[in-house]
Ligand binder design. Structure first.
Ligand SMILES: *Cc1c(COP(=O)(O)O)cnc(C)c1O
Length: 368
């Protein structure tokens, strides 16, 4: 069978290994497995959100409220924007997809940093676009600007903080960069980990309302999958001027977000105490990872997220990740991104202890 030639060359996204797979492949009991691979919230989600979902279960037979009014009104109040400047998606992933379809056609290009969220290039490639990468482990805005001038991409992706490295540009640097970009180029600012960055360092905090007020060509992305702990509900949002939102809306399938996801997000937004606990605990636990790395002479990237990246020297990241996996600990190998590094999601205290003990044992005995 012949397919669209564009899809013949597509790579599929490799998500963090699910617990079920490790159970099957290694025969490890599910409660013995520690998953630190997908940047999920180790504390789960707000108990209020979970309760609201249980109470709404009887609504499953109905199609969702496609206006998403209740959630939009809460989000618009939270950010100080108009509801028409908002679009809600099945994860912010889906908004990336809409943005690619809205801007990319015949010979189009996107520009991104070399090591960043894989979905940008996957959706861009689906649209037949060329992916231009600015070299460097961190976003190099000067290199990106040079490539912007040379290549004239339709979309530029800025991930702040960046996944899978954890580092984050300062707000002023992002704004000075966007200032220089012409208004026909869409600048997608991905704030999937903004809650963490803003908590750790106010210089990293982005204000989506101020961003779109200043810049007519910015699309800001947020998600409920990380700090709010709703990865399994698939819900995220985009914030942009109405002109952009109107175009993205044309690509949105009706009922793209489920009733229960909407309910969960609405309640999660109200439970600020849960998010604060999440953020406090994340950075407290991250200190233990920094201590561990120091003790073992491993370099870390300063992280503004809920994960930390170990840059390895003498150890091969793939072999270390596999050795951990055989012992029931799932982390992310970054070899595929061209880095000899592993990315570890900060877990609960006892999960992190398991990681330290197990990694220490592997390092002491040599990676086998
Ligand atoms: C997790 C993540 C997202 C979006 O996740 P969804 O679950 O689709 O909302 C977007 N960007 C980055 C950088 C992420 O890490």
């Amino acid at each position: 069978m012949k397919f669209n030639p564009v899809i013949e060359h597509l790579k599929t996204y490799e998500p963090g290994k699910p617990i079920e797979l490790v159970v099957r492949e290694f025969g490890i009991e599910p409660d013995q497995i520690v998953k630190l691979a997908s940047n999920e919230n180790p504390h789960g989600c707000s108990p209020k959100a979970a309760e609201a979902v249980r109470k709404s279960a009887h609504l499953m037979f109905r199609y969702p409220d496609d206006t998403m009014m209740a959630l939009k009104s809460k989000l618009s109040e939270r950010f100080g924007i108009d509801e028409k400047e908002l679009i809600v998606g099945a994860g912010s992933d889906q908004i990336i997809e809409f943005a690619c379809h809205a801007k990319l056609y015949g010979g189009a290009k996107i520009l991104q940093s070399e090591i960043t969220f894989a979905m940008y290039q996957i959706y861009a490639a689906q649209c037949g676009a060329t992916v231009i990468k600015a070299p460097g482990v961190a976003h190099d805005l000067e290199a990106m600007y040079e490539l912007y001038q040379k290549e004239e991409p339709e979309i530029i992706f800025v991930c702040a903080p960046n996944n899978p490295t954890g580092d984050c540009l300062d707000r002023v640097d992002i704004e000075n960069f966007i200032e220089k970009i012409d208004h026909d180029t869409l600048v997608v600012v991905d704030g999937a980990y903004q809650e963490y960055a803003a908590y750790k360092d106010p210089r990293k905090a982005l204000d989506p309302a101020a961003l779109i007020e200043k810049f007519p060509h910015v699309l800001y992305l947020g998600t409920f999958s990380k700090a709010y702990g709703l990865g399994g509900m698939r819900i995220g949002y985009g914030i942009a001027r109405q002109e952009i939102v109107r175009s993205l809306y044309k690509l949105r399938p009706p009922f793209n977000v489920t009733t229960l996801s909407l309910v969960a997000a609405e309640e999660a937004l109200e439970d600020e105490a849960f998010v604060q606990m999440t953020l406090r605990d994340c950075f407290e636990q991250m200190e233990r990872y920094r201590d561990f790395a120091r003790k073992h002479d491993i370099e870390v990237i300063e992280s503004y997220t809920n994960f930390i990246t170990f840059l390895l020297r003498d150890i091969d990241s793939t072999r270390l990740a596999e050795a951990l996996l055989r012992r029931g600990i799932i982390v992310r190998d970054l070899k595929g991104y061209g880095l000899n590094a592993i990315r570890i999601t900060i877990g609960k205290s006892e999960e992190n202890s398991r990681f330290f003990e197990t990694t220490e044992e592997i390092l002491n005995n040599g990676v086998k």
